[in-house]
Design a protein around this ligand. Sequence first.
Ligand code: FAD
Length: 466
Amino acid sequence: MSTVSTVNGGISFWYASEGTPPPREPLPGDSTADVCIVGGGYTGLWTAYYLKKAVPFLNITVLEAKFCGYGASGRNGGWLYNGIAGRDRYARLHGHDAAVRLQQAMNATVGEVIRVAGEEDIDADIHHGGVLEVARTPAQLARLKDLHSVEIAFGETDRVLRGARETAEHIRVSGAVGSSWTPHGARLHPAKLVKGLADAVEALGVTLHESTPVTEIKPKHAVTPYGTVRAPYVLRCTEGFTAGLKGHRRTWLPMNSSMIVTEPLSEALWDTIGWDGRETLGDTAHAYMYAQRTADNRIAIGGRGIPYRYGSATDNDGRTQPATVEALRDLLVHFFPTTARTRIDHAWSGVLGVPRDWCATVTLDRSTGLGWAGGYVGSGVATANLAARTLRDLIQQDSGQAGPTELTTLPWVDHKVRRWEPEPFRWLGVHTLYAAYRTADRREATSSRPTTDPLAKAADRIAGRH
Ligand SMILES: Cc1cc2nc3c(=O)[nH]c(=O)nc-3n(C[C@H](O)[C@H](O)[C@H](O)COP(=O)(O)OP(=O)(O)OC[C@H]3O[C@@H](n4cnc5c(N)ncnc54)[C@H](O)[C@@H]3O)c2cc1C
């Protein structure tokens, strides 16, 4: 089946199925707030939510360039799971026990998002089926086993390793030689979550201004074309779009990720696949894939595509390259050969924020009142919630309303990293990196050796990932 009839862009399939929300008013002119939050994705909205819940009289303003959920929060793969970018580096920098505390906080975050969604009546199609990662080559299997032991060492004793036959009892992925399953994950509908969250935050009394791009953030000021919001605390929650802010071109690299979604699959087709547990599904390739079985029985599957646009440019309302759509469709059919004639309804892309050392961070600079959270790489659905609760605690601590908490002492707080290289080195570096990963994946697919291809190891080292 070709992809000629596939809708490309339009933000994401999640919005095509849900509709974009009615717009909120832009900032009408200069104003003041106790806390000004720049960016209306999960990070900004969760931060507004927890701050307002903790201190109901706080005057909080969220400034959003387009509409709440326009970014990755309305486009992602819907894996609400306990992974956090940089944990292993934090273990090296701060010790194993500190990283275990970070991991435990992430484990609890999955339940926290589900709890609040229930409490606030946000129906985000959440299904708590865990995370299933499959291996399809001997090298992937060796990495999967390593991953399995590392996660157990970080306290995930409820993780299960499965062989080929046992994996097939759960899901029939072509060529799967094993899998690892953890209960610490859930499938969700990203746009339903972010829309529900924006409504919940507004109902609490937070002011949301949409169509309001912030051009510059400076201490106690968020500057927009319509006026400036002055606030003792200004929080940057712009993730993959951060490079568009004055002075931040090289702070976090906007990395693309693209997705496709199939038409709803027939019962007969599902019988060939299984996947009754509706786990989120991933693999251990270097250019990894991620997928979910949606509430309306489609397969949504994503991967890297063209990883990065020159000069830190971002996509045009989610449009992705036709070659990426074809590549993702091929991947789908490799995984599930019975989908060869299945229609691909929609394709889209979005940007993630990638710091130079691939470590997520949350920071409040006490001397300026400027804060930020992000750099989640591909794991921000749950992490944004942990970041938000941490920003709440950091602000409460700074304003003398509370002391340090368990969250403010986690090792990702106040982590500093150098900026990315200028162009053309940034573009060349990222493209070379992903070309190396794709070559390594191809070589591993035809090799019987259970070892990671040296090209991928070298790429990891050069990229600063390990
Ligand atoms: C295709 C894709 C798939 C993904 N899949 C997963 C997954 O399955 N699981 C997972 O854990 N993570 C996933 N991620 C990552 C995850 O979605 C993000 O880490 C998370 O949504 C980040 O939330 P955020 O609020 O920090 O950023 P965003 O959601 O990107 O929000 C930033 C907001 O800031 C606004 N903004 C930007 N610049 C300005 C400005 N100057 N002024 C005002 N507003 C501005 C934007 O319009 C946007 O709404 C995926 C990401 C993508 C792109």
